[in-house]
Design a protein around this ligand. Sequence first.
Ligand SMILES: Cc1ncc(COP(=O)(O)O)c(C=O)c1O
Length: 424
Amino acid sequence: MNRIQTQSEWINRARDVLPGAGFGNFDPGIVIREGKDARVWDEDGKEYVDFLIGSGPMVLGHGNAEVQEAVFEQIPRGMTFFANNSLGIELAEEICRAVPCAEQLRYVSTGGEADMYAMRLARAFTGCDKIVKFEGGYHGMSAEAQMSLAPSRMVNFPQAVPDSAGIPQSVADEVLVAPFNDIEFLRSLLDEFEGQVAGIIIEPLQRIVPPEPGYLQAVRDEATKRNIVLIFDEVVTGFRFSYGGAQEYYGVTPDVCTLGKVIGGGFPLAAIVGRADIMAHFDKSIVGEEGWLMQLGTLSGNPVAAAAGLKTLEILRRDGQNERFQNLGKSVMDAVRKALEPTGHPYQIVGEPTLFDVLFIDHKVRDYRDTVAADKKLNATFNEVLRREGVFKAPAKTYPCLALTETDLHLTADALQVAAEALT
Ligand SMILES: Cc1ncc(COP(=O)(O)O)c(C=O)c1O
């Protein structure tokens, strides 16, 4: 007979077979047993309001009945084919309708892959090698993306510093790192490397830091003027900030964007989308052998993921959903503010209603270096008490979801009060 195992037993088992006792993603000191709507339970049965929601994909909450039904309908018909399938084609059509820059789409399985190909695509299109990325910007795990992702040593811009072992210097030489929200720096960098830059890759909301008014448009203008491919990494913001993503939310259209998380409805699916003349580099019959970007993947366009994604998008575009989502996020933000205001600690709520977090700092946060300057001890205590009080979140992000109920919001507000009191 199967004996129920405690969380600490699972943690011990993980220690034997997983380096660092985990999957590499999250604190291995918690093992999640199950999720339903905006709640998760750990292996000891402790219940949490979930503001991690799978690091973003479960925008509808866990176990949405309609998404399950769509998935269960597909599973008996086949779980993967490698060949084209109608659900994958329909999802591509829907994404191209929704996302302003999307004329064509190529599937991959993860956001990091999408970003890797987007940068390669910019190189294929322009014939240039260099990529501009922003310090602290996250674009997955490729060698380029690992440059100055979370550096502890602040070097002079535009020097790129790898955040991982195993990356050759030659990659760092092709990446130019700039501070987010500093258009003057970007202009002078692009002047200096005129004719050498293939692409600029940017998170429109960098982690949780919003672009200052006019900044994204100014980046857009510089890229246009210099024939550089502008890539928005919308792996997080796509279908979350609004149905058309951050490009619709902020009103600036890139040449190419990457999507992941929400479009797979909780299954592994991501995509590179963009202007048809750029996407043509995935098609040898148009660009020829020399210009062709070879790309394939076993699970690309997986029909189960596409079924989940299609249903998720259908639910998201129903009347009033976006407004409801924005309002839910705003009420969580208000609860954070209400809890922290009496503490007297300087703090900033950084981000947008559907993705934000708290930083304990006394000035407006513009870029990665500001986030590093925030008080880490206060942040750690705050998050630790929240976890103890039944709020599950990542250390630097709060992801609201559409399944949050009034009861979830009350429980969250109570936990926030206790966490805030623990800071004094
Ligand atoms: C902005 C951004 N880009 C890319 C990725 C990588 O996506 P994945 O984990 O699916 O590879 C993430 C993951 O969180 C992300 O936040």
